[in-house]
Design a protein around this ligand. Sequence first.
Ligand SMILES: Nc1ncnc2c1ncn2[C@@H]1O[C@H](COP(=O)(O)OP(=O)(O)O)[C@@H](O)[C@H]1O
Ligand SMILES: Nc1ccn([C@@H]2O[C@H](COP(=O)(O)OP(=O)(O)O)[C@@H](O)[C@H]2O)c(=O)n1
Ligand SMILES: [Mg+2]
Length: 222
Amino acid sequence: SVLNQEKGRIPKKEKPPFITFVLGGPGSGKGTQCAKIVENFGFTHLSAGDLLRNEISSNSENGAMILDTIREGKIVPSNVTVKLIQRAIESSDNDKFLIDGFPRTEENRRTYERIIGAEPNIVLFFDCPEDEMVKRVLSRNQGRVDDNKDTVRKRLEVFTSLNLPVINYYSQKGKLYKIRAVGTEDEIFEQVRPIFAAVESLLKLYDDSTRSNKDLLIFKVP
Ligand SMILES: Nc1ncnc2c1ncn2[C@@H]1O[C@H](COP(=O)(O)OP(=O)(O)O)[C@@H](O)[C@H]1O
Ligand SMILES: Nc1ccn([C@@H]2O[C@H](COP(=O)(O)OP(=O)(O)O)[C@@H](O)[C@H]2O)c(=O)n1
Ligand SMILES: [Mg+2]
């Protein structure tokens, strides 16, 4: 608006959104901690798995293929998942997002970069021992077709072989925040909270300034 321009500010819609990727194995507590971040810091939670499951239940053209893939614990073609994420970001009024369960593979990551044309600002990694993840998934009780012993084993193999390279990539870029994902939900959130408290003050600074996109990308959380 004119008012914004008079103050030398960037109108809200022209500012790039703040993107957090949330990684971790099946049952590591990504969804649980995302709910707490939403509640405490006003982020919008986009779970890649939920977006894909919505496609199945809305009988979309890719529904059957997505169901088969999830049942096998395999990864849905990247362009399908990225387009769902893109649509969700674009239809939201919020400007800060948690993208949960994405990118699962280097190919997921590169496809996001190609289609969205941006990188995440920060990446969380919920690091949890395998036996604990298995225990949690098998007692999750959400009626998921992939929460059974056989599929969990496959998902853990996919996680180790395909997701760890993504985690290493962001670690090398200095964007990775590793959380020790054992203990109670509240204990784990006490490791998460300071990260988002820092992000919140950085975003406030950004809101009050004419800083460019680039400056925000190099903001480092202490
Ligand atoms: N810290 C925790 N301790 C014990 N159980 C947990 C903890 N955090 C989450 N859970 C439970 O474990 C299951 C998997 O958690 P969820 O957040 O769905 O993980 P993810 O999204 O990483 O698969 C859920 O039933 C959840 O209630
Ligand atoms: N980026 C993604 C995310 C999920 N998925 C599929 O969706 C399934 C469930 O993902 P999810 O994130 O809901 O699973 P959890 O880690 O929360 O247990 C995965 O096992 C994959 O089959 C995918 O193909 N690509
Ligand atoms: Mg989840």
